[in-house]
Every structure is written in structure tokens, then in C-alpha cells.
Write a protein that binds this ligand. Structure first.
Ligand code: RIB
Length: 314
């Protein structure tokens, strides 16, 4: 089971021909009001890949809350640990250019109220994989990761958006996922950071693929799918969620990375963070299109067990 502790947002998405410069106004196409938030995106990606997923975080009591929650609930993500607070549901303003690249600003709102104390100890079992990002208060994530580490859970942190990390936190983590910009903010070189983690540091590099720097000093390279991106929003979230689903299903790190990489490519083929997130069948077909894919990989990615739908709370 995967527990995601993180943000739930509504994304106000505006397609533009090119991203504006500071102080500039550009005219865009029709806007979309879509579910998002790095936590929610990763929870949905893992669920679509076949994992059993519970989400913990916070939304408001406003109309945006339902936009943020409905798709997760419909997919069978357990929402019992999502609290309602007096602040407005988190909202992200997103511009996406014709090349698929984006600019994002987040009004965190209710995400400020996400609390690790809402998560009962009973959820933190050795079979639980705990996945955090950096869009809820960092001290709440550290508190949860300390408890999870103590309880023998597997732990993952996606360093997005980039935040300074206390060395103590590295010692709580099995896997740290960062894009190249986020990885550049780390206080040490990738191999040095990886040596402090349980498993390793995974750096996503868009079309250049993904590198895992493992604790033992070895390095694993995974290629990206060759695509023409429509919208790269949520690609990193899709990678991270599907990687978590693969590890939760006991795939090897290499195979879980390949499933994540294929899924991230597919997620770029439609607008919005969650709209184009693939299901397990689409992922296991796409892994064969990765360079150097071996045929058995299709079977291995399909090995993420399908689970019955959970009950959605909140
Ligand atoms: O990673 C993409 C996400 O970042 C968007 O869905 C937006 O809500 C922000 O959290």
C-alpha cells in the first residue's frame, strides 16, 4: 500500500503560443479548471498503475475541493485522511506553451493545513510505502518521515518544488526523486547524496531520460519515450507515482524506473496534469517502445497487482 502525504490543488490551465516574459501579457486559448497538486497527481498515477493508494492532505470547504477530489475518489484512492479546513483549496496558475513547457505558481491555501498527526500509527506498517513532496509544510513531512522510518516503512520524497534538505532527512529516505534543477540545489554531488539514502537518488531529465545514483555507487540509466509533448505538466509526478507503484509491487528498481519513464512520456500527450496519465495496460505496452526494452518487461510492468477500488472519504 502507498500512502501519499501531499498537496491537492485545482489547476487553472491556460494554453499559450509561447510563455510570457516578466511584465509581458500574452493572449491564450480557452482555460481549463482541472485537478492537480503534486501529491494528488502522484497518488492518481500510482493508482492508475495498479497500486492500492491512500492520500493524506487538506482541502477547503469550497467548490474547488470537489474538483480536486472527484477524480481521485472515482479512481479508488482512499481519501479518509484528507481533512477539510477553513482555508481555500490550493490552486495553481499554469501556462503551457506550444512546445509543452510550462510556468506554474501555486496558491497553497488549505495545503498549509496538512498535518502528519492525522495519520494513525496503524497505517505506518513495514508494507507501507510513504511518498511525500514539498507542497505541504516541510516540518509535517519530516515528522511523518521520521515515524515512517522508525516503523520500517519504505520512504520516498520528491524534492518538488526544490527545498533545502537537512542531512538528517536524507537518513530517513530510501529514495529521493528530483529533476535536474532540483538536484542542482542539493548541498552535495549526486553520488554523495545517494550514499546517505537507503536506495538512491533518482534524477529525471525530461527527454534525456532518468538516472538513478545508487547507494552502492553504481548508476542506472533509463531512456525516455520519444514523443512530441502537448503538455509536460505532471510528467514528473507521473514518473514518481508509477515508480512508487512498481516498487510497492516489488519490481526491481530498473524495471520500476522503466515503467515510470514510459508512463511519464504518455502523460505528456494530453493537456493537464492528470488527463493523460496512463493505466497499467497502456504503461506495459509503452515500455516496449523505450530504447533497449526487453520483451519480458511488458509482463513485469503488468505485474503491479490490480486491486479493488477503495472507499473515498472526505
Ligand atoms: O507538478 C504539477 C503540479 O504542480 C500541478 O498539478 C500543480 O498543481 C502544481 O502542484
Amino acid at each position: 500500500m502507498i500512502l501519499v502525504f501531499g498537496s491537492l490543488n485545482v489547476d487553472l490551465l491556460v494554453p499559450v503560443g509561447r510563455l510570457p516574459s516578466p511584465g509581458e501579457t500574452v493572449l491564450g486559448g480557452d482555460y481549463g479548471l482541472l485537478p492537480g497538486g503534486k501529491g494528488a497527481n502522484q497518488a492518481l498515477a500510482a493508482r492508475r498503475a495498479g497500486a492500492m493508494v491512500a492520500m493524506a492532505g487538506a482541502v477547503g470547504t469550497d467548490a474547488f475541493a470537489e474538483v480536486a477530489l472527484a477524480r481521485l475518489r472515482d479512481a479508488g484512492v482512499d481519501l479518509d485522511l484528507v481533512r477539510r479546513t477553513a482555508r481555500p483549496t490550493g490552486c495553481a496558475a499554469i501556462m503551457v506553451g506550444a512546445d509543452g513547457e510550462n510556468l506554474i505558481a501555486v496558491a497553497s491555501g488549505a495545503n498549509h493545513d496538512a498535518r502528519a498527526a492525522d495519520i494513525p500509527d496503524a497505517v505506518l506498517r513495514p508494507q507501507t510505502l510513504v511518498l511525500c513532496q514539498m507542497e505541504v509544510p516541510a516540518e509535517e513531512s519530516w515528522s511523518l518521515l521520521r515515524r515512517a522510518h522508525q516503523a520500517g516503512c519504505r520512504t520516498m520524497l520528491n524534492l518538488a518544488p526544490a527545498t533545502p534538505l537537512d542531512p538528517e532527512v536524507l537518513g530517513l529516505l530510501d529514495i529521493l526523486v528530483a529533476n535536474e534543477g532540483e538536484a542542482a540545489t542539493l548541498a552535495a554531488a549526486p553520488a554523495t547524496v545517494a550514499a546517505r539514502l537507503g536506495v538512491g537518488l533518482i534524477v529525471t531529465r525530461g527527454a534525456a531520460g532518468v538516472i538513478a545514483y545508487r547507494r552502492d555507487g553504481s548508476r542506472l540509466d533509463t531512456p525516455a519515450l520519444a514523443i512530441n509533448p502537448v503538455d509536460t505538466t505532471g510528467a514528473g509526478d507521473t514518473f514518481t507515482g508509477v515508480l512508487a507503484a512498481g516498487l510497492d509491487a516489488d519490481l526491481s528498481l530498473a524495471d520500476a524506473m522503466r515503467c515510470g519513464s514510459a508512463a511519464a512520456g504518455l502523460a505528456c500527450l494530453g493537456p493537464g496534469a492528470q488527463n493523460a496519465m496512463p493505466d497499467q495496460a497502456a504503461i506495459s505496452a509503452a515500455v516496449l517502445r523505450l530504447p533497449r526494452a526487453r520483451p519480458s518487461l511488458r509482463r513485469e510492468c503488468a505485474g503491479i497487482p490490480r486491486v479493488p477500488r477503495g472507499t473515498g472519504g472526505a
